[in-house]
Design a protein around this ligand. Structure first.
Ligand code: SAM
Length: 305
C-alpha cells in the first residue's frame, strides 16, 4: 500500500515505523480513496496525523500487553524470585524502564529465575547493547555478586550511560564502534573457531552515520583485544545489539566465553535467524521463547547444554 504514497510520504512513513520499531504496524487506513477511477490524494498533514494516531494506538496496546504479562507473572509466581522481583520494582520506581526499546521485564525475570537456580557465588555477564539492562544490572550488583562486561557502539549514549552508572567496579563498560564484513566473511566468521581474529583482520569501520541504521548489515562491535572479558566461560550472554543481522557474529567472536551452562538471552530473536544460527553452533536448550502480539518484539532464553 505504501507504493500509492508519494516518495517523501513513503520515506516519512518508513522513518516513523522504524523509529518506533513497529515494523508490523498496519497502515491500510492511510490508503488514498479512489473515486470514479480517480485517486484522491490525502493531504500530507492529515496522513501524518493518521499515522501518528495509529502509532499511539499500537503503542498503548503493546504497553498494555507488557503490563498484563508482568501482572500475570507476579500473580501466578511465574519465574518468580523474591530478590529479583524486589529489584525490578525498585528499579521501576526510580525511573528505570523495561519493555519496548529496552529488554522485556519478563525476560529479566526468566533469566534471573533460572540463573539463580544454579546457586553460584558469582555471576559473569556479557552484554551487547547498553541501556536499561545495564542500569538494572548496576543496581542489582549491590545485592548480587556480578561482574558485567558491556559493549556499546554509540559514543554519546555510552558517555551518558557511564555517567548514570557512576563508579562501580562490578561493571566494565566498553565503547566499541561498529564495523562490518561482507556476506562471505560473515559466513566465514560464523563457521570458524577463530572468529575473533578473522573479524579483527577483515572487518571495516562503518561509514559515517550508518551506525544509526537499524537494519545495517553484517555489523558487530569492533571489540579490541584488551576489551575482551577477563573471565573463562560467561554465565550469561545478553544479546541486545547491535541492530541488524550482525548480532549472530557474537556466537563466534565471543566463542571462548560461551560454553556449557551459559544462558543466552536474545532480544528480538525472530527479526533474523538468530536462534537457528545459535542452534547450528551450540547444543542449546530453549528455556523460554516469547513473541508479543501487539508489537514486533520477542525474546528467547536458551542455555548451552
Ligand atoms: C535495543 S537497545 C537496548 C539496549 C539495552 N540492552 C536495554 O535494555 O535498554 C539497543 C541500542 O539502542 C541504543 N539506545 C538504547 N537506549 C537508548 C537511549 N535511551 N538513548 C539513546 N540510545 C539508546 C543503544 O545504542 C543500544 O545499544
Amino acid at each position: 500500500m505504501l507504493f500509492r504514497l508519494s516518495f517523501p510520504q513513503r520515506i516519512l512513513c518508513l522513518r516513523i515505523c522504524k523509529s518506533v520499531d513497529y515494523q508490523s504496524i498496519k497502515l491500510e487506513k492511510t490508503r488514498p480513496r479512489i473515486r470514479r477511477g480517480k485517486e484522491r490524494k490525502m493531504p500530507f498533514e492529515k496522513l501524518i496525523q493518521k499515522i501518528n494516531k495509529k502509532l499511539t494506538h499500537t503503542r498503548k496496546k503493546a504497553a498494555r500487553e507488557y503490563l498484563l504479562e508482568s501482572q500475570n507473572e507476579i500473580d501466578k509466581k511465574i519465574n518468580y524470585n523474591e530478590l529479583i522481583n524486589n529489584q525490578i520494582e525498585s528499579f521501576k520506581e526510580s525511573g528505570g524502564i523495561f519493555n519496548g526499546f529496552a529488554v522485556a521485564e519478563s525476560a529479566i525475570r526468566a533469566l534471573f529465575y533460572n540463573l539463580l537456580l544454579d546457586e553460584k557465588s558469582k555471576y559473569n555477564i556479557i552484554e551487547l547493547g547498553g541501556g536499561q539492562s545495564t542500569l538494572f544490572l548496576n543496581q542489582l550488583s549491590n545485592q548480587l555478586d556480578i561482574s558485567l562486561y558491556s559493549y556499546e557502539h554509540d559514543q554519546e549514549w555510552f558517555e551518558k550511560l557511564k555517567e548514570m552508572v557512576g563508579e562501580n567496579d562490578a561493571l566494565n563498560l566498553n565503547l566499541s564502534p561498529l564495523a562490518n564484513v561482507s556476506d562471505h566473511e560473515f559466513t566465514e566468521i560464523l563457521n570458524s573457531d577463530n572468529g575473533f581474529d578473522i573479524w579483527r583482520n577483515k572487518s571495516m569501520p562503518l561509514a559515517e552515520n550508518m551506525d544509526k541504521d537499524t537494519r545495517a548489515k553484517n555489523c558487530f562491535y569492533n571489540v579490541s583485544e584488551p576489551q575482551l572479558p577477563s573471565i573463562d566461560i560467561a554465565d550469561v550472554f545478553i544479546l541486545d545489539g547491535p541492530h541488524g543481522n550482525g548480532r549472530a557474529l557474537a556466537y563466534s567472536i565471543f566463542k571462548k566465553f560461551i560454553g556449557k551452562g551459559t544462558y543466552i538471552l536474545i532480544d528480538d530473536y525472530h527479526h533474523y535467524p538468530f536462534l537457528p544460527q545459535l542452534q547450528e553452533l551450540y547444543n542449546v536448550e530453549v528455556i523460554v521463547e516469547k513473541r508479543y502480539q501487539h508489537s514486533n518484539k520477542g525474546w528467547v532464553l536458551a542455555k548451552v547444554v
